[in-house]
Design a protein around this ligand. Structure first.
Ligand SMILES: NC(=O)c1ccc[n+]([C@@H]2O[C@H](COP(=O)([O-])OP(=O)(O)OC[C@H]3O[C@@H](n4cnc5c(N)ncnc54)[C@H](OP(=O)(O)O)[C@@H]3O)[C@@H](O)[C@H]2O)c1
Length: 299
């Protein structure tokens, strides 16, 4: 099965490429800028023609949550118009599309982990543009999956674990928000889940349900995640620092983050027989991988 993945350097794109390299039945072809540019829709058709995939996973996006508050047009171009065009093209080609989305489509006021039937209510340009991308894919290609994930960490790209390890090299104490909760999710777990879904699609000839949640097991605050990352690093002889809890109103960011955006991944688990790892173990794996190559921690 040949899968076209959009983006090359992103966390999920790299994890998919890594998993695909060892999967006997799957070939991942990751294509990013300039050949496939979310800001230039005319680049999509030639890539689809030359790769000839059985499935497209749209892992590329504008992910700068704060930056997007200043550039909503660009956010909607990349996160909504680009998926719309990919959905149109995949439908014409008679192939399915998987659109990756986010916990930020929710407002974070729920008292339970969000299920797929909960009403979205995004509070940021990022969340609104990603929700528009979901809707565009649902409308554009009936043979689709929308997979919402959250708090992605990995040895790749930019993410919270890398930021904590990097800051710990120069600071004694890190102030970290303790009143926002979610599910830290290792990018390889997302890749494994998506590949399970892809194999199921090949067997069953259609996706059974359009929208799923796929996030790490267990609830964390950013503060708990930071503490765990730096304690693990200390155990392994890496950089460490004290962590001081602060409330979200002490952290000035352009885009408001959801207070509680935990996702319930039960439907994905029962339909595709795949469960992500527990966040503590998977975050520790990321720390270990990064410390093996200290160049990554510094970058
Ligand atoms: N990161 C999170 O915490 C998080 C949480 C929830 C949902 N998600 C969603 O999960 C998906 C994957 O996120 P991620 O963490 O892997 O993102 P990431 O590490 O920030 O990578 C973003 C990807 O988008 C690509 N990209 C950006 N601008 C592009 C353009 N103009 N044309 C083509 N590609 C472009 C990047 O390309 P290059 O390869 O050229 O850099 C990169 O591959 C996204 O849909 C995101 O919204 C992420």
């Amino acid at each position: 099965m040949k899968i076209l993945v959009t983006g090359t350097a992103g966390q999920v794109a790299r994890a998919l490429a890594a998993r695909g390299a060892t999967h006997p039945d799957i070939q991942i072809v990751a294509v990013g800028r300039p050949d496939l540019d979310l800001e230039d829709l005319s680049t999509f058709a030639p890539v689809l023609r030359s790769v000839g995939p059985d499935l497209v996973i749209n892992a590329a996006a504008h992910t700068g949550v704060d930056q997007q508050e200043d550039e909503p047009d660009r956010a909607f171009r990349m996160n909504a118009e680009a998926p719309a065009e990919l959905a149109r093209l995949t439908r014409s080609a008679g192939i399915p599309i998987v659109q990756i989305s986010t916990d930020y489509v929710f407002d974070g006021t729920s008292t339970h982990p969000y299920v797929e039937s909960d009403a979205p209510n995004p509070q940021t340009v990022y969340g609104r543009s990603k929700l528009a991308g979901e809707e565009a894919v649902r409308a554009g290609n009936p043979d689709h999956l929308v997979v919402r994930t959250a708090w992605v960490v990995s040895p790749y790209g930019r993410n919270f674990v890398k930021t904590m390890l990097s800051l710990a090299q120069t600071r004694d104490t890190l102030q970290v928000v303790s009143d926002q909760f979610g599910n830290p999710t290792e990018a390889h777990d997302i890749a494994d889940g998506l590949l399970c879904a892809a194999m199921a699609r090949r067997r069953d000839r259609s996706f059974r349900q359009g929208t799923y949640h796929l996030a790490g097991q267990g609830k964390a605050s950013w503060y708990e995640l930071a503490q765990h990352v730096l304690a693990t690093s200390a155990e392994l002889g890496g950089p460490t620092a004290a962590v001081a809890p602060i409330s979200s109103d002490m952290w000035q960011a352009k885009a408001a983050r959801p207070a509680n955006s935990q996702l319930n991944s039960g439907a994905f688990e029962s339909d595709f027989h795949y469960r992500t790892g527990r966040w503590r173990e998977r975050a520790a794996d990321v720390v270990q991988a990064l410390l093996k190559d200290s160049v990554h921690v510094a970058s």
